[in-house]
Design a protein around this ligand. Sequence first.
Ligand SMILES: [Zn+2]
Ligand SMILES: [Zn+2]
Length: 141
Amino acid sequence: MSPEPSPQHPLLGRCLCGAVRFEVRAPFTSAAYCYCHRCQRRTGTARSASARINVDDLEILTGRDLIRAWQPADGMAKNYCGECGGHLFAGSLDADFVAIRLGTIDGDPGIRPEAHTWVSSAATWEDIPDDGLPRYEGNRP
Ligand SMILES: [Zn+2]
Ligand SMILES: [Zn+2]
């Protein structure tokens, strides 16, 4: 793995079109796969990998005004680039932490998903890997 992200050695991330760019300036605090129906519909895939970071350690470099959010009645807001539709993170920049979509990160994020969550709604067409990670019916406790 690469050196831990820091202000001197930030991780870079961006949306699909590159209009939204950001820096992660500290190690992610946790990471997991999510198999919920929302992630399936949001991504068009069987699961989504996200990692938590404290908002204070995240800096939006460009395109902040392009970030759109879909706020479900319950659960965290889904933030994406209004230009390309690429998903960026869950949660609010006004809160303590957000969950960055790992696919937005350039290179090695320095963390690996540690659990499979919402396996109760896993897709029928793709098996959950037998990788020894804990599985949870819903959110990680
Ligand atoms: Zn974009
Ligand atoms: Zn999900």
